[in-house]
Each structure stands twice: as structure tokens, then as C-alpha cells.
Design a protein around this ligand. Structure first.
Ligand SMILES: NC(=O)C1=CN([C@@H]2O[C@H](COP(=O)(O)OP(=O)(O)OC[C@H]3O[C@@H](n4cnc5c(N)ncnc54)[C@H](OP(=O)(O)O)[C@@H]3O)[C@@H](O)[C@H]2O)[C@@H](O)CC1
Ligand SMILES: Nc1ncnc2c1ncn2[C@@H]1O[C@H](COP(=O)(O)OP(=O)(O)O)[C@@H](O)[C@H]1O
Length: 282
């Protein structure tokens, strides 16, 4: 089995280093534009949640270019979102989509996005595209999705095996696809080829509710879009650090939203600004 045995717990001190705080010289384009292709007729909510989370993580602009009908729903929640195509610094693709129902047109648009080679998050219904990724890429499966992804390549990659040794399987998938892997769960494991592996611990169990993974993908997309220079300089350092930071912020936003009680996914997205402020303040 390949992959690093080293595993580090990601802390607030680590995460703080990866928040790009805007300066007086910044404008919306210099801060970074995140392109988003998510949601579907079946799961429009996933697009709303990811876009909400990205916008609240802090980014110059979010361009939503997923299915047009979904774009109307996204705009109804967030009029700040731009639905015209244009240049982007990073992509978030796949939340709320079904790979088996990808139309020819949508598949072409996703391939065009991937061909740009900019930092990309592949979630849910775009995980099958991990082998096609050309740029710096983070995939964000949960254990079942990772089993589906790996099982054609390894008969050992069962759901039970992955649950029993999540860190090792995250590292194995990272090597297999040459991407950064963020494997979701009560502990989230981040692995990247040639880099140390990180674990994000202490997430509240209340996070186990529909749509919180879509929120995490949005947070990560915004972090990639706002850190493109650091990613270009040293992708092996930056990608796993940004993935672990996204998971850390997600968890802290959930704590703030919860106060010890239940949460919804949208509550988590709404508390991301306070989680970032606390990180920068403390
Ligand atoms: N608001 C939105 O738009 C939201 C949109 N979302 C979007 O949904 C998409 C799919 O996401 P998902 O990972 O949840 O996979 P999903 O195919 O549903 O299930 C996988 C497998 O789980 C199992 N299973 C099912 N029910 C079970 C049960 N009661 N108890 C135990 N097991 C159960 C069942 O397997 P089985 O047990 O049948 O073998 C099933 O095959 C993804 O694109 C995501 O972004 C979500 O984020 C939610 C909010
Ligand atoms: N028991 C748990 N304790 C803490 N966090 C959890 C737990 N179960 C799941 N999570 C987190 O909740 C999120 C669920 O994401 P995901 O499985 O993609 O759900 P969805 O597809 O509904 O958005 C992930 O960030 C995961 O790490």
C-alpha cells in the first residue's frame, strides 16, 4: 500500500495562514473569481448551498454557469452571483449533479472548464472526472463515493475497508489519481501525493445532515479562488493546506451555528464569516 504514514492534526494556527485578507490594493478580480457548475433539476439546493458558502467565505465574485433553471434559484437567494460566462481563477464542479445523467452539452462545458487547468474542486457528481483533471485538483468524496471511485481499480476498496482505515485510503486515492483528496467523515482526512496527510478532528456530530458537504465544497472553492498565486508557487504545499483549512472552517462554522444544538446546512454557510473572523482575531 502506498501513501504517507505521517498524519498531522490541522489547527487554527495552521488554518489562519491560508485566509487571504483583502488589502487596499485589491479589487473584485484581483481577489479571485470562482466559477461554479453545480446543481441539477433533481438537486437544485446543492447549488444554492455551495454558492452561499463560497460567497460567505470571501471571494471577489462567484460566476454560476450550471443549468440555467438552477441559476434562477441561485439568483433568487443571492443576487450578487453573476450568471454570465467569463474568466475564472478556480472551478467548483459537481455538487448536486448525477454523473449518469450528464447531458452532452453539460459534459462539454465541464470538459472546457477542466481544460483551463485552473485549481478545481470536484465534488459528488463530478468525482468520476478525477482522472481527466489537468490543473491542481481537490476531490471531496465521502467514504461511499470513494469506494465507488476506487472499486474498479481495486477489489479491496470496499466501503467497510475505507471506513476502517480512512487515512490510508485517502492517501491511496491521492496517489492513484494524482490529486488532493479530502475524504469526509466525522474526522476528515486530507491526502496529497508527496505531502504529509492532515486530519481535521472535533467536528460536531450535528454536521451529519443533508447539504453540509455542498457547503464544504463551496468553502473550498472560494479558498482555491483566493489563493491561486500560492497554489501556482507550490501546489503540493497549498492544495492539502487549503483543503484542510476548508474543513476546519466548516467545522468551526458548524460549532458557531450549533451552540450545542441542531443545525441545517444553510446555518453552517451563514456562520462562515464569523468563523473566519474568530480565526483571524484569536
Ligand atoms: N438539497 C440538496 O440539493 C442536496 C443535494 N445533495 C446531493 O445529493 C447527491 C447525492 O448525495 P449522497 O451522497 O447523499 O448520495 P445518495 O445517492 O443520496 O445516497 C447514497 C447511498 O446512500 C444510501 N442510503 C440512502 N438513504 C439511506 C438511508 N435512509 N439509510 C441508509 N443508507 C441510505 C443508499 O445506498 P443503499 O443503502 O441503497 O445501498 C444510496 O445509494 C449529491 O450530488 C449531493 O451533492 C445532498 O448534498 C443532500 C442535499
Ligand atoms: N458524524 C459526523 N460528525 C461530524 N461531521 C460529520 C459527521 N458525518 C458527516 N460529517 C460531515 O458532514 C458533511 C457531510 O457531507 P456529505 O456526506 O457530502 O453530505 P451531503 O451530500 O448531504 O452534503 C461532511 O463535511 C462530513 O465531514
Amino acid at each position: 500500500m502506498t501513501g504517507s504514514a505521517e498524519r498531522l492534526i490541522w489547527t487554527a494556527e495552521d488554518a489562519r495562514e491560508w485566509i487571504a485578507v483583502p488589502t487596499a490594493d485589491d479589487d473584485k478580480y484581483s481577489r479571485g473569481v470562482l466559477g461554479v457548475i453545480t446543481g441539477s433539476h433533481d438537486y437544485p439546493g446543492a447549488a444554492v448551498l455551495g454558492v452561499e458558502a463560497a460567497a460567505r467565505t470571501g471571494v471577489g465574485m462567484v460566476r454560476y454557469t450550471g443549468p440555467r433553471a438552477v441559476g434562477g434559484i441561485v439568483l433568487a437567494r443571492r443576487p450578487e452571483i453573476v450568471t454570465q460566462s467569463g474568466r475564472v481563477q478556480a472551478w467548483l464542479i459537481g455538487s448536486g449533479m448525477n454523473a449518469g445523467r450528464r447531458t452532452f452539452v453539460l459534459g462539454g462545458e465541464i470538459q472546457q472548464a477542466l481544460a483551463q487547468g485552473v485549481p478545481t474542486v470536484l465534488d459528488a457528481g463530478a468525482l468520476d472526472l478525477a482522472p481527466d483533471a489537468t490543473g491542481p485538483t481537490v476531490i471531496t468524496p465521502h467514504a461511499r463515493e470513494l469506494a465507488e471511485l476506487l472499486s474498479p481499480r481495486s477489489t479491496e476498496a470496499t466501503l467497510d475497508a475505507i471506513r476502517a482505515d480512512a487515512a490510508t485510503w485517502a492517501a491511496r486515492a491521492a496517489d492513484e489519481f494524482a490529486v488532493t483528496v479530502l475524504l469526509k467523515g466525522s474526522t476528515t482526512h486530507v491526502a496529497s501525493p508527496g505531502s504529509p496527510s492532515y486530519a481535521v478532528t472535533d467536528a460536531p456530530g450535528w454536521l451529519a445532515t443533508a447539504g453540509t458537504g455542498d457547503v464544504l465544497a463551496g468553502i473550498l472553492g472560494a479558498l482555491l479562488a483566493t489563493n491561486t498565486e500560492r497554489i501556482a508557487r507550490d501546489p503540493a504545499l497549498a492544495l492539502p493546506a487549503l483543503a484542510a483549512t476548508a474543513s476546519f472552517l466548516h467545522s468551526r462554522a458548524a460549532d458557531l451555528a450549533s451552540g450545542g444544538g441542531p443545525i441545517t446546512a444553510l446555518d453552517v454557510a451563514e456562520h462562515v464569516p464569523a468563523a473566519i473572523a474568530a480565526l483571524l482575531r484569536d
